[in-house]
Design a protein around this ligand. Sequence first.
Ligand code: MF3
Ligand code: CO
Length: 252
Amino acid sequence: MAVSVKSKREIEIMRDAGKILGTVLNELGRKIQPGITTHLIDQMGNEMIRSYGCQPSFLGYDGYPASICVSVNEEVVHGIPSRKRVLREGDIVSLDAGVIYKGYQSDAARTFAVGKISSEAERLINVTQQSFFEGIRFAKEGCHLYEISNAIAEYNESNGYSVIRDLVGHGIGTSLHEEPQIPNFRQERRGIRLYEGMTLAIEPMVAAGGYAVNWLDDDWTVVTADRSLSAHYENTVLVTKNGPEILSLVEE
Ligand code: MF3
Ligand code: CO
């Protein structure tokens, strides 16, 4: 299947989906504090998503058992919420969520501080987020896909971090994962040409140490092999002739 270009009508729906998802992540971010369980985050997220008339797209996806992926510290992505996992002061926690609205998907992630965190953890979160913004400067008609990948890689690596290579961003639309795959590490080729109407989930996953990862025995949770801290930042982005339109970001 080729990369799809969305119609005006589809883009309108994806804007609405993204606005809801951005709002949910902002609201969840405000609830993050020492003492809450990762299960409570999932439960609140599920309720918020449904309260806006959306479905949580991760719940049941490939058998994933929750609505929000909650990944703490050395966990990169796909952490499974648990009643036994209590957030503690100094942790960093990545929340990744997806919604379905009128048949269309939006996908976004943020890493939040739990109480007061180390300056090194703070820097990892900020660099990861900024690398997304460096990458999307190329989400513009006429640019090529891997200009995004290379900009993300370059920004993280010049700050002394590694980008995870076993997981990538992706096209998004009526399905959570559509073509193309969007690596966050340097590519030799320039990749496909970008056109207005393409919708991309761009998601740098960054480690303070090396890029190698392991999967925990739950078969979902991805952790850094060296157990260094990891952060994640993702938005659903529309490519236009003038540059990126970030669909899933709601400024607070
Ligand atoms: N946000 C993830 C991604 O971009 C999806 C999580 S996988 C799921 O691929 F199973 F939890 F849905
Ligand atoms: Co994604």
